[in-house]
Write a protein that binds this ligand. Structure first.
Ligand SMILES: [Zn+2]
Length: 128
């Protein structure tokens, strides 16, 4: 009885169509994607280490800013010095990567939902 009901119920199909549409919408976000890179851009003010330099005692007299791209490779942190001109480019790229990861998580979750529904529908078409 319940099997017959599920065969004739339009609900799983309607839900599947809705999820499929959402998947297509999310996928369009990939077309908006610009160049991306992993890691974070850090802005540093540093002390040069010379005892007679103003930076030694006054935090506002520190040198910089210096920019670094920092990311992990095999659990090791890698720092790459960036020029002031490069910094905003890498900052934007790193933001793109974060957005890409959020998008991937959403696409993956939605895929799981869709796959479960598809599997259920396929099962109800071939009952044994
Ligand atoms: Zn100094």
């Amino acid at each position: 009885m319940s099997r017959i009901h599920s065969l004739h119920s339009p609900q799983p199909h309607a839900r599947l169509a809705k999820h499929a549409q959402r998947f297509q919408e999310l996928k369009r976000g990939l077309d908006q994607l610009e160049y991306f890179c992993k890691g974070t851009v850090l802005k540093r003010m540093t002390k040069c280490g010379k005892a007679y330099c103003a930076c030694a005692s006054d935090p506002t007299k520190r040198h910089g800013p210096y920019f670094e791209l920092t990311y992990k490779v095999d659990a090791k942190t890698v720092n790459v010095r960036l020029s002031p001109e490069a910094a905003p480019l890498y900052q934007a790229a790193s933001l793109q990567f974060r957005q890409l990861k959020v998008l991937l998580v959403r696409l993956e979750k939605l895929s799981q939902t869709i796959l479960r529904l598809q599997a259920k529908l396929a099962q109800s078409r071939h009952p044994d």
